[in-house]
Design a protein. Structure first.
Length: 314
């Protein structure tokens, strides 16, 4: 569980190089970017860039800013980002969400030390506060946002934005409702009932085995269910003591993946697969395939790991 505290404001990452950058000229600003001097914003969700991030830092002196570092190829980003946006919008201007495409903004990715994504960092009064690495359930997102608002208040950042309706929003169609079983799974995840969410996703897949959202959702909730109650130090000690203990290696790989350390998780399981006798490899291969689906088949880390698995198989 992420815990936010005043100490988190000291020395997390260095954003000094992003201060006082030239403001993009009129007509060349990033889509959705807004000056912190504006009294009204068209939206609480903005697109931040290497060039416009100085404005975000200034804005963070008035209202907490949550920075979501993502990429189009990132499967877990597509799970987490909509949850974060939903929570931000519900807060009605008390928090701003700045979305950063790491592929298009390498300086921001480097400044935030984004070794893996999704990575979510808050900025309060110009200072970064770590929030999430990797996809997390909505209930946890809400809990950490509550902590964020408390921390912002402790640091005197208690403003809010007067948010106007986006142009043309009246003509925009309402978002389609989720299919019943997927909605049931989301409600169960929010309640912390992962077993019920697994059942709902499995029912959805029984109806449509090619439902990619249900496949990804099932993999995610199974991961969350497995890591409940695991202690990282205890798990690592067990894995070190039993390098060929499949269960122990699975625990550490799950914790690594849940923490956003995707390459570490894949590397551990592939190393284990390579060392095991042929007749004991099947559970490891099946777990790898499950995790590949969770991260996304087009993710470069999955492609690399799948290639190595193929070479080990043949």
């Amino acid at each position: 569980m992420t815990e936010l505290s005043p100490a988190a404001l000291r020395g997390a990452v260095d954003l000094s190089s992003l201060r006082n950058r030239p403001t993009p000229p009129a007509g060349g600003a990033a889509p959705g970017a807004a000056s912190p001097q504006d009294s009204e914003f068209s939206d609480v969700v903005i697109d931040a860039t290497d060039e416009s991030f100085g404005q975000v830092l200034e804005l963070s002196r008035t209202v907490p800013v949550v920075v979501d570092l993502w990429a189009e190829w990132c499967g877990p980003c597509k799970q987490l980002s909509p949850i974060i946006e939903k929570v931000v919008r519900e807060l009605g201007g008390r928090v701003v969400l700045a979305k950063v495409d790491v592929d298009a903004n390498p300086q921001l990715a480097q400044s935030f030390r984004a070794q893996s994504i999704p990575l979510v960092v808050a900025v309060i009064a110009g200072q970064p506060v770590p929030m999430f690495t990797g996809a997390v359930p909505e209930a946890q997102v809400r809990e950490v946002f509550a902590q964020l608002l408390q921390l912002a208040a402790q640091n005197g950042v208690t403003g809010s934005l007067s948010v106007g309706a986006p142009e043309g929003s009246a003509d925009e169609p309402a978002e389609p409702e989720l299919p019943p079983l997927r909605a049931e799974a989301f409600a169960a995840i929010e309640a912390g009932d992962y077993a019920a969410a697994i059942v709902a996703y499995e029912k959805a897949l029984a109806e449509n085995p090619r439902d990619e959202d249900a496949i990804a959702g099932l993999g995610q909730v199974k991961l969350l269910d497995r890591v409940q109650g695991l202690d990282l130090q205890t798990a690592r000690a067990a894995a070190a003591a039993g390098p060929l203990d499949i269960s122990a290696q699975f625990d550490v790989a799950d914790l690594d993946l849940a923490g956003g350390h995707v390459d570490d998780a894949f590397g551990r399981l592939l190393d284990l697969f390579a060392q095991l006798p042929t007749d004991e490899r099947t559970p490891v291969r099946e777990r790898l395939v499950e995790l590949f689906g969770l991260i996304g088949v087009s993710d470069p880390r999955v492609i690399s790991a799948r290639n190595r698995l193929t070479s080990l198989l043949f």
